[in-house]
Design a protein around this ligand. Structure first.
Ligand SMILES: NC(=O)c1ccc[n+]([C@@H]2O[C@H](COP(=O)([O-])OP(=O)(O)OC[C@H]3O[C@@H](n4cnc5c(N)ncnc54)[C@H](O)[C@@H]3O)[C@@H](O)[C@H]2O)c1
Length: 423
């Protein structure tokens, strides 16, 4: 591989942007996305996902574009566009197929197209390659080649980053896999696992996230059982966790667009192949119902209606601004439907996106004179987990309820006048 390959990255979100910046240290990178506003922001050095600082962005030397023609002549195309599900939880391939057509139109002989989007086993070769062939008039495996490298980054996590995690790569021939391994190896110190083929690499990624979903679903079900039995799930899990082979997961809200979505891709393909994935779908069902479980437990401990609730955190996980598929929004909706007045605060979420996605007007701050019947800690952003007992007590009425959904205040000693509920 030449020192300065020309690489086009398609999709500049949580996955594509950090990848572009890392690759640009070694290669000439063109970052392409259909979202012209995002391109404009990146040109001005602003990353709304908060993953890359303005200094790194400004110094990266990347050509940003929403014009697909800018990618012409690239030797590598890396596709990192969303792979969501629709409102029936059916995989929505529209972005990945559209991106394949866009790439196909710019593809030249000798290029390698690598997919990083999470897909089911077989999707790259069976659905994306034909789109590339149709749009380019070229033959896959002959005129151009195919690769797959699942992304494992964890936004907001400063330890497990593109540079520190093992990257799985696969190609449509061993030679192509070796070239892809060299490309990624240069940005993560050679921390590469070469999978035997593209389908294996695709399957590895979806089962990683399906496994995590199921493990969390198990402890969420344990939490539901413990509440029925009058036990503290935190204490039960802590005791069980002293066994050498007990898996330590904590109950919580599984939102976002990876763990809560990827199992549906695997389930969809399994069903096409004639297998009903009972465990995977049961896990999804339990995790998807957790907003309802939490809302009903909070409502039970509130006045019948007209209570005031302050929900802290709306993003799908701590310390990220990503609002997609937030189960906290379910909690807010259900508490409002039960007749309560619900204020929501999140220091990282974009107010306009919160309004568009969920119709929620975020509070600008929580220092107002209001005293609440319930403070619900939904997302463990650092600014919330650092709150003192005095600060929390100052937000609550005389016998107010602290609902520690995210389990971030377990060790805080609260004044005896206050009630406490935790997941
Ligand atoms: N976010 C994560 O933590 C994470 C981790 C591992 C894997 N993944 C997977 O990576 C993929 C991308 O996720 P993300 O979080 O980066 O998504 P994202 O929504 O943050 O970014 C997607 C980008 O793709 C662009 N885009 C959408 N349709 C396009 C098209 N047709 N052509 C060109 N660009 C298009 C958007 O403008 C945006 O820049 C998904 O398959 C996801 O499951 C995400």
């Amino acid at each position: 591989m030449s020192k300065l390959s020309r690489i086009a990255v398609i999709g500049l979100g949580y996955v594509g942007l950090p990848l572009s910046v890392a690759l640009a240290e070694h290669h000439s990178v063109i970052g392409f996305a259909i979202d012209a506003e995002r391109i404009d922001q990146l040109r001005r050095g602003h990353d709304r996902t908060d993953e890359i600082s303005p200094e790194r962005l400004g110094g990266a030397g990347i050509e940003w574009s929403s014009e697909s023609g800018a990618m012409r002549g690239a030797e590598y195309f890396i596709v990192t566009v969303p792979t969501p599900v629709d409102d029936q939880n059916i995989p929505d391939l529209s972005a990945i197929l559209a991106a394949s057509r866009t790439v196909g139109a710019e593809l030249q002989p000798g290029a390698i197209v690598i997919y990083e989007s999470t897909v089911w086993p077989g999707l790259t070769e069976e659905e994306c390659a034909p789109e590339l062939e149709r749009a380019s008039g070229l033959k896959c495996g002959q005129d151009f080649h195919l690769g797959y490298s699942p992304e494992r980054i964890n936004p907001g996590d400063k330890e497990h980053t593109l540079r520190t995690i093992i990257k799985i790569v696969a190609g449509d021939t061993p030679e192509i896999a070796a070239r892809i391994a060299a490309l990624y190896g240069a940005i993560n110190g050679g921390n590469i696992y070469v999978a035997p083929d593209i389908r294996t690499a695709e399957a590895a990624k979806v089962i990683e996230n399906a496994q995590r979903d199921i493990n969390i679903a198990f402890v969420n079900e344990v939490a539901q059982i413990c509440h029925k039995l009058g036990l503290s799930s935190a204490e039960v899990l802590q005791a069980a966790g002293t066994k050498w082979n007990f898996l330590n997961f904590t109950p919580g809200l599984v939102g976002g667009h990876c763990i809560g979505v990827d199992p549906y891709y695997l389930a969809h393909r399994a069903e096409q192949a004639g297998h009903r994935p009972e465990v995977i779908l049961a896990g999804r069902q339990i995790n998807d119902s957790m907003g309802e479980f939490v809302a009903s437990h909070i409502a039970e401990q509130m006045p019948a209606s007209g209570g005031r609730v302050l929900v802290l955190g709306l993003t799908f996980k701590k310390n990220v601004p990503d609002l997609r598929n937030s189960l906290v929004a379910d909690i807010v909706r259900l508490l409002k439907a039960a007749g309560h007045i619900v204020d929501v605060h999140d220091p990282l979420a974009d107010t306009a996106i919160a309004k568009t996605l969920y119709g929620i007007n975020l509070l600008p701050d929580i220092a107002g004179p209001e005293r609440y019947d319930c403070v619900a800690g939904a997302v463990a952003h650092d600014s919330y987990s650092d709150m003192t007992a005095e600060q929390i007590a100052g937000l609550l009425r005389e016998d107010g309820l602290l609902a520690d959904i995210a389990g971030m205040w377990r060790t805080l000693e609260l004044p005896a006048r206050l009630r406490r509920w935790q997941l």
